[in-house]
Design a binder for this molecule. Structure first.
Ligand code: FAD
Ligand code: DLZ
Ligand code: SF4
Length: 522
């Protein structure tokens, strides 16, 4: 390979780094830089991503390349179907080094461990210096999170979040939180009422670039999960901003109160639907939070909605990213509850009589999206109670959502949903019976199962599964002050009732058909 001291600087930009303010581009001279964007087979297939997710990323990458060119940058873009495409980031950078003989390579650290490992091998592979820059689109750097986590025994998001409020000054009144409370979650648990006619979020009809990509995905990834029929995700910064405008104009007001509500056939409700744009880099997290804060100052959104939204972004989103890097590698193979059951086939087909699960799989299949409580308290809760192997649950969540990247998916699945990390992230498992789903949704009314029936034929499976879970993990959970008291209720039931619960759960578990091979990985 050619080494030179006079070539340009090569700047590889990964598919989730589509920000013109990226650290590797900031301050660079355009005539001295070649930006490299790469569609590669390895990234498109490391899990079998939902078809809409691949189409979204390729379309956003192609539009970003056009935006950069229009601004005068020199862009080298490899398409998936280019004859010489090497199929991997490292292979494509190697080809670009041959083409451009760069004097150095500047790259922003990757979002995923797997990719970062590959980048860290570049200095041994390429003849020029490699500069790996921190991804400062996140408000908390990886070293800063390590410092925060360093001496702690527990890593609670709430403590981290308060630090982030102080750091950013968001919703702060001097040293105190605006309104006197840091967290208004207690006001954000309204069950659905009436028609729940949330204004429709804007969707964006495919232009020629997106249509070309949709055709490519249909041809190259026919056996991946999901449909391309409803593709309407924002694929440019302009569209992402229009989506944010609509959220702040029409939906933020009720975002807070109905954040946990679930309604059959609707997964948007008053949610922002901005995670795909945030994670691709089309929107800036701090800017969005400032807009939310302004909406409160202007009196167009109540504090509980605004605080809730800001907490999701500077709290949860930043926290899970720091948590991921702090506990990788290792987090991906944690299995503290020794869950060994295979993922059921219905996660892929939606074929189950459990109406809540069928609806969540339906929206996942149709839109590559389900909202937070659907992911946590329906799809996740079932996997937790049934004891599904963490690796299979992780692969599923990583494959099926348009916003899924391992840095955000893995802490949510392994820590928040499955308690597979043994309680580093969550203070207790988010285990719930059918009662919770009934209170927060309209699913149960038309379900074949009866949510009020606790055991036996026709009982909501979440009911016996809940007690089966609590019983089999008693040794670990009884001493947990947030959940341990539940065992007094269990003991009061007496042996006969307990046996009914356990037998019902076991009878149900034997009906689960394991997923066929090949859904998540090729
Ligand atoms: P809103 O409800 O409008 O929230 C606003 C923003 O807050 C989101 O766009 C997102 O950026 C952020 N946010 C909210 N909750 C979380 C959270 N728990 N972790 C990180 N960020 C959060 N989010 C992803 O972006 N990618 C994932 O792969 C992903 N996997 C998840 C898996 C499970 C099991 C669970 C329980 C949650 C997961 N989440 C993930 C978090 C959350 O469900 C989505 O961010 C949210 O549903 C996206 O829709 P929205 O933009 O309308 O969010
Ligand atoms: C998810 C994804 C897919 C499907 N395809 C590509 C791709 O072809 N090229 C690319 O640059 N990025 C892609 N991505 C996103 C990457 O996997 C993402 O950059 C890493 O997850 C971050 O480490
Ligand atoms: Fe889900 Fe049970 Fe309600 Fe049916 S009855 S929708 S399975 S919670």
């Amino acid at each position: 390979m050619t080494s030179t001291t006079s070539g340009p600087v090569l700047v590889p930009v990964l598919g989730d780094q589509l920000s013109t303010t990226l650290a590797s581009l900031r301050g660079r001279a355009k005539d001295d830089t070649v930006i490299l964007l790469m569609e590669v087979w390895d990234e498109a297939t490391y899990v079998k991503h939902h078809k809409q997710k691949i189409a979204l990323i390729f379309s956003a990458m192609r539009h970003f390349a056009d935006e950069l060119r229009a601004e005068g940058w020199r862009v080298d873009y490899t398409r998936l179907t280019d004859a010489e495409n090497a199929g991997s980031f490292t292979g494509e950078v190697a080809r670009a080094v041959e083409r451009h003989a760069p004097r150095s390579i500047h790259v922003v650290e990757a979002g995923e461990w797997r990719v970062q490992q590959a980048i860290e091998e570049w200095p041994d592979k390429f003849p020029c210096p490699i500069e790996i820059l921190p991804d400062d689109r996140f408000l908390c750097s990886i070293p800063e999170f390590r410092d925060w986590a360093g001496t702690r025994k527990t890593y609670r998001m709430e403590n981290f979040y308060r630090e982030m409020r102080k750091k950013t000054g968001l919703l702060m009144d001097g040293d105190a939180p605006v309104g006197g409370e840091w967290n208004l979650d207690h006001d954000n648990r309204e069950p659905p009422k009436g028609a729940m006619d949330a204004p429709k979020r804007p969707t964006f009809a495919p232009d020629a670039t997106t249509q070309e990509v949709i055709d490519l995905v249909a041809e190259k990834f026919p056996d991946h999960f999901g449909t391309l029929d409803n593709f309407g995700w924002p694929v440019t910064r302009e569209q992402a901003e229009a989506a944010a405008d609509a959220f702040f104009a029409e939906r933020i007001e009720k975002f807070g109160p109905y954040q946990d509500a679930m309604v059959h056939g609707q997964d948007d409700l008053w949610h922002s639907m901005l995670s795909t744009s945030l994670n691709l880099g089309l929107l800036d997290p701090l800017e969005l939070c400032r807009r939310a804060e302004q909406a409160h100052r202007d009196g167009t959104a109540p504090l509980n909605s605004v605080e809730g939204f800001i907490r999701q972004i500077i709290g949860w989103r930043e926290y899970v990213r720091g948590f991921y890097w702090h506990f990788m590698p290792g987090l991906e193979s944690d299995n503290a509850l020794d869950a060994q059951r295979p993922l059921p086939e219905f996660y892929w087909t939606g074929e189950t009589d459990m109406r809540c699960l069928a609806d969540c799989v339906r929206s996942t299949h149709d839109d590559a999206h389900a909202h937070h409580i659907q992911r946590l308290m329906v799809l996740g809760n079932f996997a937790l109670l049934a004891g599904i192997r963490p690796r299979e649950v992780q692969d599923w969540f990583l494959a099926v959502y348009a916003d899924a990247y391992e840095w955000v998916e893995l802490p949510n699945v392994s820590g928040m949903v499955l308690y597979a990390d043994g309680g580093k992230l969550a203070s207790k498992p988010y285990a719930a019976s059918g009662n919770y789903i009934n209170r927060m949704s309209n699913y149960c009314k038309e379900c074949r199962y009866s949510v009020s029936k606790k055991t036996g034929e026709g009982a909501c499976p979440f009911n016996p599964l809940y007690w089966h879970f609590m019983d089999r993990h008693r040794d670990r959970l009884e001493s947990n002050h947030r959940i341990g008291r539940i065992y007094a209720t269990w003991d009061r039931m007496g042996e006969e009732k307990q046996r009914e619960y356990l037998d019902s759960a076991e009878a149900f578990l034997t009906t689960l058909e394991p997923a066929k091979e090949g859904w998540a990985r090729g």
